[in-house]
Design a protein around this ligand. Structure first.
Ligand SMILES: Nc1ncnc2c1ncn2[C@@H]1O[C@H](COP(=O)(O)OP(=O)(O)OP(=O)(O)O)[C@@H](O)[C@H]1O
Ligand SMILES: [Mg+2]
Length: 282
């Protein structure tokens, strides 16, 4: 993958050139003033940068988004679907005017701290970066890889399309400009028993075929589309070899059973289902 760090620093280099030019053409006073101005402007610049970094549109993200809009695969970004703590999701259109979902992760040091917990121990990620943005990029690429793995074994997740740093483009789930609702916003889903069974099948196949555990599965991360579930937000999913895979699996199962219990669905013993999932012979 290309590294565009140089291109981002261009502005700063340009500014330094201006400064040295002035240095040759001015007296001592002017030189002092230039120095102070430089420091002051640099300070303002830094705080502006920090402010931008708090939101998703830091300099580097804007740079890459522009590139994606010029060279594809995006034609235009229409509007926001969701603004969250860790990421924003946008509705956009590709070159064929087809809807796509764009998830942009925020470059945030608090987020990167807990992300590390999920990356450490996953045999797919041997080197853990220290740099905040690099951890976030790794996180986004983890979501992309997890989507690919699940999609490949025919599980109902959005099809992954493109990844660059913290920008992930995937299949859009919804009808025209109306995104599919999350399961928690559906008061009375039709045929809850078959919905429950579909989600159980998803958990089982994700484990047995894609060799992954979702790790944050609940009615908040399942879209309800065409009366069927589509599982999203798979960034924290871990390989079944991860030391915490079983703990995460138990938690996922608990969440789903609890949700359907509340809906009045008669659920089997979650323990039996757990053993059914981890038994690779089944
Ligand atoms: N492929 C998609 N198609 C349509 N809508 C989507 C898609 N992916 C995500 N969304 C919408 O965006 C919301 C947030 O997405 P997601 O759950 O992946 O992010 P998140 O990691 O939970 O973000 P945060 O934790 O910061 O809220 C979802 O609840 C859903 O409404
Ligand atoms: Mg989510």
């Amino acid at each position: 993958m290309e590294d565009h760090d140089d291109e981002i620093d261009e502005d700063e280099e340009g500014f330094l050139e201006d400064k040295s030019e002035k240095k040759f053409n001015s007296g001592i006073d002017e030189l002092e003033k230039t120095k102070i101005d430089y420091k002051r402007i640099k300070k303002i610049d830094q705080s502006k940068k920090r402010a931008a970094i708090e939101s998703v549109f830091d300099e580097r993200t804007v740079f890459h988004l522009n590139k994606i809009l010029v060279n594809g695969p995006l034609k235009r970004i229409e509007g926001i679907i969701s603004a969250g703590k860790e990421a924003n999701v946008y509705l956009a259109y590709d070159l064929e005017e087809k809807e796509v979902a764009v998830k942009i992760y925020k470059i945030d040091s608090n987020t990167s701290r807990w992300m590390k917990k999920y990356i450490i121990g996953d045999p797919r990620f041997k080197k853990i970066p220290h740099n905040v943005s690099k951890i976030i990029f790794l996180w986004a690429s983890k979501e992309f890889k997890n989507l690919k793995r699940a999609y490949k074994v025919d599980l109902r997740v959005p099809k992954p399309i493109f990844i660059k740093n913290n920008i992930l483009i995937m299949e859009y789930i919804g009808f025209e400009s109306i995104p599919a609702p999350v399961l928690k916003d559906i008061k009375n889903p039709k045929e809850p028993v078959s919905l429950f069974n579909e989600i159980l099948k998803f958990i089982k196949l994700l484990y047995q075929k894609a060799k992954l555990v979702h790790g944050d599965l609940s009615e908040f991360n399942i879209l309800y589309h065409n009366q069927s579930p589509v599982v999203i937000d798979i960034s924290q999913a871990v390989s079944i070899q991860h030391p915490k895979a079983e703990v995460f699996l138990v938690r996922d199962i608990k969440n789903i059973f609890q949700y359907f219990n509340k809906l009045g669905v008669e659920t089997p013993d979650p323990k039996d289902f757990y053993y059914d999932v981890i038994n690779m012979e089944v």
